[in-house]
Design a binder for this molecule. Structure first.
Ligand code: AMP
Ligand code: MG
Length: 353
């Protein structure tokens, strides 16, 4: 299959070429094809959410386990009612506060949503993204676009169109390139179907932000378990996503101790003939003796590691590192989501010094 690539930026958005590319992409989705598109979180792989064949194609293209449900993307609040059984008061409050934006809410699904889209669940995950290209595409496609992250299952979510092409080129009809994703990590998922609102996946919209709107908010206990504990409620969170080819270990502690420990580990690895990489910060990147050192940005600004993490993991895969050591990042704001993804990528290997 030939995969068309079209770039849409704020500069060309209004041009005839861009408008007709969106129309073309919308038609592809309406006729059961697949289009990858930018969102503010990561790139999504879109199909018609109301068409069971499209959802099957999404699972096949990604190699995604079919019990891992897809998020349905909408572009107008009015379109929500048709795909859910009821809209709880909490959802109205969250919608007003955070939509369009990086928040996904779980509802009881209506008959309109096929079981293929929700991995057989009676609930459906819904998000209204903020990215202009995403919104235009959803509208052109008829209003309901099922879209997981546009990567091969088990690889880091793509934050650039070139990573989508690497993973899915030749397997899907079209890729809309909107430049680098501005957040870089997947949306926060909140379940509103059982008891107190519960975070199933941490993201850019933090527990504190949700609590300001709703009062009490819980975090899924399955998220903090490592192995053998309670299963996470979002089926996707049980898989070891984001797994780099190299063995990744996180080292946490005072900066001086961390730098010393990582340099010690690098030296030991080198003696064994292993190639070592480091995920550092701007302040420490020049202090490591490694085959490859990558800075995730300014430690004081946790939005930077969020934006850079998946790119760095993909680059280390390309460079064929054997071992990677990462500094730990602040857990304030989106930092909690950064550490959630980093710990998963590390298979929960964390050393305190
Ligand atoms: P992705 O779109 O690749 O970020 O993955 C979607 C995430 O949303 C996965 O972790 C899914 O398990 C989760 N998800 C989607 N629908 C539901 C649902 N109905 N209930 C719980 N989690 C869901
Ligand atoms: Mg994903």
């Amino acid at each position: 299959m030939n995969t068309e690539l079209f770039k849409i930026t704020d500069e060309n958005r209004e041009t005839q070429a861009a408008v007709s590319a969106i129309e073309r992409a919308g038609k592809i989705l309406k006729s059961g094809g697949l289009v990858a598109f930018p969102t503010e979180t990561v790139y999504g792989l879109g199909g018609d959410a109301l068409n069971p064949q499209s959802s099957r194609k999404i699972y096949a293209a990604k190699g995604r386990p079919s019990d891992n449900p897809l998020i349905v993307h909408i572009c107008r609040w009015e379109d929500l009612a048709a795909i859910v059984k009821e809209i709880p008061g909490a959802a109205e409050k969250l919608g007003r506060a955070f939509w369009p934006g990086p928040l996904t809410m779980i509802f009881e699904k209506s008959e309109l949503i096929p079981a293929e889209t929700t991995g057989g669940l009676a609930t459906v995950a819904v998000r209204m993204p903020e990215d202009k290209t995403a919104l235009a595409l959803i509208q052109a496609a008829g209003g309901y676009v099922a879209a997981p992250s546009a990567n091969i299952s088990g690889r880091p979510s793509p934050t650039l169109a070139k990573y989508v092409r690497e993973d899915l080129g030749g397997r899907i009809d079209m890729i809309l390139d909107g430049g680098p994703s501005c957040i870089g990590l997947e949306s926060t998922i909140v379940d509103l179907t059982e008891g107190a609102p519960t975070i199933l996946r941490p993201g850019c919209i933090t527990k504190e932000m949700l609590s300001k709107v709703l009062g009490e908010v819980e975090t899924d206990r399955g998220l903090s378990e490592t192995e053998g504990g309670e299963a996470p409620k979002a089926p996707g969170m049980k898989y070891r996503h984001y797994a780099p080819k190299a063995e990744l270990t996180i080292i946490t502690g005072e900066e001086e101790a961390v730098v010393k420990r990582i340099n010690g580990l690098l030296e030991a690895a080198m003696k064994k003939g292993l190639r070592g990489g480091v995920i550092a910060t701007d302040a420490t990147k020049d202090r490591y003796r490694a085959a490859s050192v990558k800075s995730a940005g300014d430690r004081a600004n946790e939005e930077e590691p969020a934006r850079e993490l998946y790119r760095i993991l993909r680059e280390f895969d390309e460079e064929e590192m054997d071992v990677i050591y990462s500094e730990a990042f602040a857990e304030s704001g989106i930092g909690q989501a950064v550490m959630n993804r980093l710990l998963k990528a590390a298979g929960h290997r964390l050393e305190k010094v």
